[in-house]
Design a protein around this ligand. Structure first.
Ligand SMILES: *Cc1c(COP(=O)(O)O)cnc(C)c1O
Length: 494
């Protein structure tokens, strides 16, 4: 089978292999790489009895250009006992709602689903392309990507990993997970600013050609572990296929019957992977996009107008505190009928005015999406309701999705089976979770709350955060948002 090629969303026509797209991360015109087409009929050989690793290999086979056995080595290496649940992503079902638990990896968030395999893709790609340069992976994080990327890339030969996080935009647990990271090829730095500042800073480094050349002369090449990298997106398609197979196994849907997905959304990577899964044959009816009060996507889906000119809020679901949703560009590209020219024009509007508006036809094409949001009080109330009704504990991001699903059902009367992407362990965002369980958190730090959550819920503290608070801080550094390039050069000794 000929493997897929990848082109930029902004019209740069060169078609790259998967290996090239993964190493580059972002296209030279600032666009994101997308497959020239999505594989049809590639799910035919799947029978639902595969292990997650084998399923991943089957789903991703058409996407990757690696030689014989290489993809298999990647999937087997990624989806093993690092995941604390043997099924990797268990589907927990109550009536017509299922929770697809994507947080059983090393860092307790769904980012592990893709970031446990991306480093393997990157080294396989470098080998395939005979790249001798060291790959410097630059990452902006709203909290979860950073740790998952660190965990994935630490001590991987031929790579360095640099993570920038907003000092005031992440939870104590998230921050402590990152600044205690071990590994010889690692740098972690706080920035004074929010996630968008971090993401813009990193994007600016990518598009700085002079800097790129300087690095190249010293034997380095930049890449990205953010979900702008197509190597992040493709592995996320797998768990939507997996959830479909599990729903059939659990007797919740029959062959040919469709289901809805509900995704707590920030950078739009996770929900876009669901959309790709549908293009590949997974029968998803509605894509319910859940936001917190940074609800730029809710408005976009309802009106067709993207407008980031609004206040930025820090919330109890910090991994969704984003006003520039990078991967939306990939959907916009589809909505424009795959026009690089139109997409580039809209993205230029976004850069210049902070806003863009879709044409009428494009708006109509958004019909499979529903957008909604929840504020922090509603999020905590959702945690409380779900816990008292089902005895099930959700994290804050999942709770946002839960609330938006309720709103959707009330508004539409649609009772179709819904799969909620459960994106983080409740242990990552203990304060709101414990409050939601009706316990006062006053005067308690996040680490004490971990103990309380465990006592009250009876859930064992996940191994990766046992003893976290006693680990030594290795990266206390904080910098201004306009010196990121300098910090990178310093780290590389240039
Ligand atoms: C990253 C993240 C999200 C948002 O996912 P996107 O793919 O960026 O939309 C939601 N919840 C959690 C816990 C996350 O870490």
């Amino acid at each position: 089978m000929e493997s897929l090629k990848y082109i930029s969303t902004r019209g740069h026509q060169e078609a790259l292999s998967f290996s090239e797209a993964v190493v580059r991360g972002i296209a030279p015109d600032g666009g994101l790489y997308v497959p020239t087409e999505l594989p049809a009929n590639s799910l035919a050989g799947i029978n639902g009895e595969e292990s997650y690793a084998v399923l991943a290999q089957k789903v991703m086979a058409p996407f990757a250009d690696f030689g014989e056995g290489v993809l298999e080595a990647c999937t087997n290496g990624a989806y093993d006992s690092k995941f604390s649940d043997p099924s990797v992503a268990p589907l927990v079902t109550f009536d017509n709602t299922s929770f697809l638990e994507l947080y059983h990896g090393r860092t307790l968030a769904f980012k592990d689903m893709a970031l446990s395999i991306l480093p393997r893709f990157m080294t396989a790609a470098a080998k395939q392309l005979e790249i001798k340069d060291e790959i410097v992976v630059l990452t902006a994080t709203s909290g979860d990507t950073g740790k998952a990327a660190l965990e994935g890339f630490a001590d991987i030969p031929g790579t360095r990993i640099v993570v920038f996080y907003p000092t005031d935009g992440v939870s104590d647990v998230q921050k402590h997970q990152m600044v205690t990271q071990e590994g010889d090829n690692v740098m972690v730095m706080g920035i004074r600013g929010n996630f968008d500042d971090a993401q813009n800073g990193v994007k600016a480094i990518f598009s700085d050609e002079g800097l790129g050349r300087k690095l190249k002369d010293r034997g380095f090449v930049f890449s990205s572990a953010n979900s702008i990298n197509i190597g992040r997106l493709v592995p996320q398609i797998v768990y939507y296929v997996h959830s479909w197979l599990q729903l059939k196994k659990q007797g919740k849907i029959v062959d040919g019957e469709s289901f809805n997905v509900v995704v707590p959304t920030g950078n739009f990577g996770n929900i876009l992977a669901a959309w790709y899964a549908k293009e590949m044959g997974v029968p998803i009816k509605k894509f319910i996009c859940a936001s917190n009060v940074n609800n730029v996507l809710t408005d976009f889906i309802r009106t067709g107008k993207y407008d980031m000119n609004r206040p930025f809020h820090t919330t109890a679901s910090p991994s969704m505190d984003i006003l520039i949703s990078s991967n939306l560009e990939r959907l916009v590209f589809e909505l424009t009928g795959r026009s690089g020219e139109k997409t580039a024009a809209l993205m230029a509007d976004l850069k210049k005015e902070g806003t863009y508006e879709l044409g009428l036809e494009m708006k109509a094409a958004l019909g499979d999406f529903y957008g909604g949001y929840a504020d922090d009080a509603e999020t905590v109330a959702a945690i409380r309701d779900c816990y008292s009704e089902k005895g099930y504990v959700m994290d804050t991001h999942t709770a946002v999705a839960y609330k938006v699903l309720e709103d959707y059902r009330k508004e539409t009367g649609d009772k179709t089976h819904a799969v909620i992407a459960s994106t983080a362990s409740p242990y990552k965002f203990t304060r709101s979770v414990v409050e939601g369980m009706g316990i006062s958190t006053e005067g308690l730090d996040d680490f004490q709350l971990i103990e309380i959550l465990s006592e009250k819920s009876g859930m064992v503290i996940p191994e990766p955060i046992q003893g976290l608070k006693d680990r030594a801080v290795l990266y206390p550094g904080v910098c201004d948002k306009d010196v990121l390039a300098y910090k990178v050069l310093e780290f590389l000794g240039i």
